[in-house]
Design a protein around this ligand. Structure first.
Ligand code: IMP
Ligand code: MG
Length: 179
């Protein structure tokens, strides 16, 4: 496993991310909608850097991936409060890979009538986008590899690493074999 972003680099990147979010919304009340489960670590750090009136909401997105291969996406918006209407909403996810998760989530949230809707991601994988959108706020660009840590898992592992690392194909195979 190779470290891609150290704790220090993450701290600095998230500070910059928070600054651009704050610069955009100023002190207008904002609703942050975190995409479970991968965004939880980012969410906890990001909201503590945003000195503005905030509400936090959650949605769940699961793609039945077997390991790294994407499967059908299941979105659960039942956790969302009914207070989205006329609010400025910022969707927050861990990583933008093919983009399908946010591409499918955005119209569903839009239906609830927010005043505005933007999205922020910690990581953006290079050369993988399959949809006609880009996240509005990006923490870091990362190479096209499977990354783990700081909320991102591989088969339920490594979500709790305090840094972001790249898994080598051999390591993935080994974990896959053990199940
Ligand atoms: P997308 O829909 O292809 O953009 O993928 C988004 C979701 O897939 C993310 O929210 C992650 O949960 C998951 N994902 C994509 N790439 C990775 C990765 O490299 N490591 C861990 N999870 C990933
Ligand atoms: Mg996710």
């Amino acid at each position: 496993m190779k470290t891609l972003l150290s704790e220090e680099q993450l701290r600095e990147g998230i500070r910059r991310l928070a600054e651009s979010i704050h610069a955009h919304y100023r002190d207008k009340p904002l609703t942050i909608v975190g995409v479970l489960i991968g965004s939880i670590v980012l969410l906890a750090d990001l909201i503590r850097l945003l000195n503005m009136p905030l509400r936090v909401d959650l949605v769940q997105a699961r793609s039945y991936r077997s390991g790294t291969r994407p499967g059908p996406l299941v979105l659960n918006t039942d956790l969302l409060s009914d207070g989205i209407r006329d609010r400025d909403v910022l969707l927050v996810d861990d990583i933008f890979d093919t983009g399908h998760t946010l591409w499918e989530l955005i119209p569903q949230i839009d239906e609830l009538g927010p005043a505005s809707l933007k999205c922020a991601v910690l990581l953006m994988k290079q050369g993988r986008c399959e949809v006609e959108m880009k996240p509005d706020f990006v923490g870091f660009e990362v190479p096209d590899a499977f990354v783990v840590g700081y909320g991102l898992d591989y088969r339920d592992r490594y979500r709790n690493l305090p840094y972001v690392a790249m898994l080598e194909p051999g390591e993935m195979q080994e974990i896959g074999d053990r199940g």
